[in-house]
Design a binder for this molecule. Structure first.
Ligand code: XIL
Length: 376
């Protein structure tokens, strides 16, 4: 009897010890812990971060994020700059890093009209290649990359930005040469190379009605044809006055109704004025620098800081409310200092779009959103 009781208390004592060992102090708890039962929380890594040049930044990534994606190094222009010559140096490092730390690794992006090398579409005379040649090039590109990371990269942004805001097809070279079939082919090639990997369609301005409806139609049609499309990525390059959070939520629900998972793939919230009359993230659009377009070179005003805090909270409220549909939220960069928004669409501005400031300190909103989750 006494032996039995000793054994019981021994087990109890051990479980408390194990519990204590796995318990994190408040300082150690990161976003990924707070969101562990909600959705994955990811970050885009630039080349310095992939090479782990700064230990503090590295530690920050490991503390807060359980999913990673390459900001640039897996894009076609970087990974296959010359036909048949693949450069996997950075992408290999990214995938090793993710595997080592048991992160959900996303490959971005296989087929995209931007950051694509010229050779992809032309023959030796510089003329557009035939549909057959383009298909072959897409197949080789997708098979080579997806196959290299088979069973290691968990999900791929297979096609990026194929649809315009009004729902029409983007008149890209892929579309001009192959018509809408290029999307279906890209998903087929990716699925052939790794049948286990999740496959996504990814785009910006997904809260716009025309694009929302067209993406729902496209994904539904692909699925009816037996094509694997596991998820729809909403880029989430937000501005202070666009989009309305209600429209964003409508799109999450509409995309979810196709049976696909939804992920917020490239979240940032610019505090700067938009030089264009349209919104979005078409990276070839650029405007010249003007001082009035860079209103906060030395820090955001109090008003803007508060407005941004509120906007982040509003959006995270929606993401959390839609957690049964949303499987991941990925920030497009670690800190304000790293953000592409400092140089796009106008080079040389000072923007504040991320959750960590220029000194890699969490903004107050980080603690707030961590408390909004079911397990803060
Ligand atoms: C951006 C990168 O952040 C920049 O470093 C690069 O110069 C241009 O591309 N949509 C996408 C991302 O899908 O790949 C883009 O990333 C931003 C818009």
């Amino acid at each position: 009897m006494i032996k039995k009781q000793l054994a019981k208390y021994g087990i109890l004592f051990l479980s408390v010890l194990i519990g204590l060992a796995s318990c994190k102090s408040k300082e150690e708890i990161g976003l990924k812990d707070a969101f562990k039962d909600t959705f994955l929380i990811g970050v885009a890594m630039n080349s310095d971060q992939i090479q782990q040049k700064n230990k503090d930044v590295n530690d920050l990534i490991l503390k807060h994020y359980n999913s990673i994606v390459a900001e640039n190094c897996m894009k076609s222009g970087i990974i296959q700059p010359v036909e048949g010559e693949f450069d996997f140096s950075l992408s290999d490092q990214l995938v090793c890093f993710g595997e080592k730390h048991k992160m959900f690794i996303v490959g971005h992006t296989l087929i995209w009209h931007s950051q694509v090398p010229k050779w992809f579409f032309v023959d030796e005379q510089g003329k557009d290649v035939s549909p057959e040649v383009l298909k072959q090039r897409m197949k080789t590109h997708i098979h080579t990359i997806v196959n290299r990371y088979k069973g290691r990269v968990n999900g791929w942004d297979v096609v990026n930005e194929a649809i315009e805001d009004d729902g029409s097809w983007r008149n890209s070279k892929f579309y001009q040469i192959l018509g809408e079939d290029f999307v279906k082919l890209a998903f087929q090639y990716a699925h052939e190379a790794d049948p286990e990997a999740e496959l996504y369609y990814n785009d910006y301005n997904m809260a716009k009605e025309g694009k929302r409806d067209a993406v729902v139609r496209m994904v539904t049609k692909l699925k009816e044809q037996g094509i694997t499309v596991n998820g729809i990525g909403m880029q989430g390059h937000l501005m202070m006055d666009f989009p309305e959070v209600e429209d964003f939520e409508k799109s999450i629900i509409a995309f979810g109704s196709t049976g696909a998972k939804v992920m917020i793939t490239e979240l940032d919230l610019s505090a700067l004025p938009n030089p264009f009359s349209t919104e979005g993230a078409e990276i070839s659009l650029r405007a010249d620098y003007e001082e009035k377009m860079n209103p906060y070179p030395n820090g955001l005003s109090k008003e803007q800081t508060e407005a941004q805090y509120k906007k982040f909270v509003d959006f995270f409220n929606v993401f959390i409310r839609q957690k049964d549909i949303v499987s991941r939220v990925t920030l497009w960069g670690v800190s304000d200092k790293d953000s592409w928004k400092n140089d796009w669409p106008i080079k040389g501005r000072t923007d504040y779009p991320l959750l960590f400031d220029r000194d890699y300190k969490p903004k107050p909103v980080v603690e707030t959103i961590m408390k909004m989750t079911p397990n803060p």
